[in-house]
Design a protein around this ligand. Structure first.
Ligand code: NAD
Length: 469
């Protein structure tokens, strides 16, 4: 782990499993309570100097982190395949994105100040001041982007950080920490490992000013509740049940290709994957046929296999959940067009699965499957489709598919979610804010939201006339 600028062993360890074999292949350090205290203390001590660092020096440090990482992309990607399961090409892309995130933040302003009022009597300015120590808690589906995206934003706003990756995928984050350990002043970036309990200690800690949490709705609620003990700031990026709405004028083949890619990417383990599809009845049969063809033609295997499209599900618990939801759907009369049961081999493999013949009220339609399974439902009246899409406690993303983007944008505006894509789904760029409505999250990350989310506002009112007092 990286604590106070030093690479340290855990006081105990836990096994990390390769989801392609189902067997443990490495041990990760587990952070003790004393080590957690050390990491928060180191972050707290380092923060004032980090905040005061001149822009040029700060920028050089962030660039150096990006450059060091870019020289080790292959090693990072290989470790990511072993612990997460994704295809090597996708793992490389993820490692490269992390380099880009540090590079982007190297351009962050060192001071944020704006004039709110300027009258003959006074000038009123608003400054943004770093919060202090931020805990970043990450999940296992995109272990690097979701961890270091938040880390880079928090460092860019001159907070110091304690990162805790998921216990399913701790190793790639540890490797990144090791590569850049000597780039930052000691204590600016700390990386500790362990189970949910280590996350809980961070959330409860008095000296942690904010928690940037990405994970399930259930854990997000626990984080929000525990944060209230010290009224910590939180950004919660939680689950979703995103819908794709395919309009009457869509090209069924192109729409099916797009929806398939965005539903099955990362074996469906994406917060903003398409998790249910509503297709106009006139396009429904052709759409389902194209989806089925693609699902049957997909190459599922170990992320290191040549030409592999989809890797395994990351962990046994998640595989069991996907199995359970599909079995429930079958029992409720679902027709399975492709897939429908795990592959008969070692590891946690589940093939792309297309289901029809079910609707709202069946768990796989109402809940987040977080796996490579897509239920497809027809509609005839767009008002009815909009209402069905919106009838959920989630509100992360949705998409509309049409040959007429302007018409699609009118439908998009009726959908209740933080983002709506047209003829795509789940594309994110770090300059555009992202976040969920309802139980999909609290607050937003990226772009113009970065400063607002990770700083306190301070108003200073400066009189122009000398006061007599
Ligand atoms: P999870 O909630 O089980 O765990 C996420 C992280 O939180 C882990 O590091 C875990 O150890 C820690 N944790 C768990 N309980 C905690 C607690 N009470 N206090 C502090 N830390 C705690 O989630 P997961 O299974 O790793 O990830 C999958 C979920 O994440 C899915 O629901 C998915 O939709 C969601 N997700 C959301 C986004 C987004 O940006 N909205 C992105 C990716 C994943």
């Amino acid at each position: 782990m990286l604590i106070g600028g030093k690479l340290v062993q855990g006081e105990s360890s836990f096994s990390v499993i390769n989801p392609s074999s189902g067997s443990a292949f490495a041990k990760a350090p587990a952070c003790s309570k004393a080590q957690l205290e050390d990491s928060v203390r180191a972050a707290k001590e380092a923060q004032p100097k980090w905040a005061a660092l001149a822009k040029q020096e700060f920028s050089a440090i962030m660039k150096s982190a990006a450059q060091k990482l870019s020289q080790k992309v292959d090693a990072i990607a290989e470790l990511l395949v072993k612990e997460q399961g994704k295809p090597l090409a996708a793992a490389k892309e993820e490692a490269l994105i992390v380099c880009g995130l540090f590079m982007l933040q190297s351009k962050a302003e060192s001071e944020y100040e704006r004039v709110l009022a300027d009258t003959p009597k006074e000038r009123v300015i608003e400054r943004r001041v770093p919060l202090g120590v931020v805990a970043v808690i990450a999940p296992w589906n995109y272990p690097l982007i979701l961890a270091f995206g938040r880390v880079a934003e928090c460092l860019g706003t001159r907070n110091t950080v304690v990162l805790k990756p998921s216990p399913y995928t701790p190793l790639s984050a540890l490797l990144v920490a090791e590569i850049i350990s000597d780039v930052f002043p000691p204590g600016v970036l700390n990386v500790v490992c362990g189970g949910d309990d280590v996350g809980e200690w961070l959330v409860e800690h008095e000296d942690v000013a904010k928690v940037c949490f990405t994970g399930s709705v259930k854990s997000g609620k626990a984080v929000q509740a525990a944060s209230s003990s010290t009224l910590k700031r939180t950004t919660l990026e939680l689950g979703g049940n995103d819908a794709a709405v395919v309009l009457e004028d869509a090209d069924p083949q192109k729409a099916a290709e797009g929806v398939f890619a965005k539903a099955m990417r990362n074996s469906g383990q994406v917060c903003i994957a398409v998790k249910r599809a509503y297709v106009h009845a006139s396009q429904y049969e052709a759409f389902v046929n194209h989806l089925t063809m693609m699902a049957k033609g997909a190459h599922v295997g170990d992320g290191f296999e040549k030409g592999v499209h989809f890797g395994p599900i990351n962990n046994k618990m998640q595989l069991e959940r996907v199995k359970e939801l599909v079995e429930d759907a079958k029992a409720q009369g679902a027709k399975v067009h492709a897939g429908g049961e795990p592959l008969k081999r070692d590891g946690f493999f589940y093939p792309p699965t297309i289901l029809t013949g079910i609707s709202e009220g069946v768990r796989i339609v109402d809940e987040e499957q977080f796996g490579p399974v897509l239920p497809v439902m027809p509609f005839t009246d767009i008002k009815d489709a909009v209402q069905r899409v919106n009838d959920t406690t989630f509100g992360l993303g949705n998409s509309v598919w049409s040959t007429n983007p302007e018409k699609a944008a009118e439908v998009a505006a009726q959908l209740r979610s933080g983002t709506v894509w047209i003829n795509s789904h789940g594309d994110l760029t770090p300059d555009i804010p992202f976040g969920g409505w309802g139980q999909s999250g609290v607050g937003r990350v990226q772009g113009s939201s970065t400063v607002e989310s990770n700083t306190n506002a301070q108003v200073i009112r400066i009189p122009k006339v000398q006061s007599k007092l």
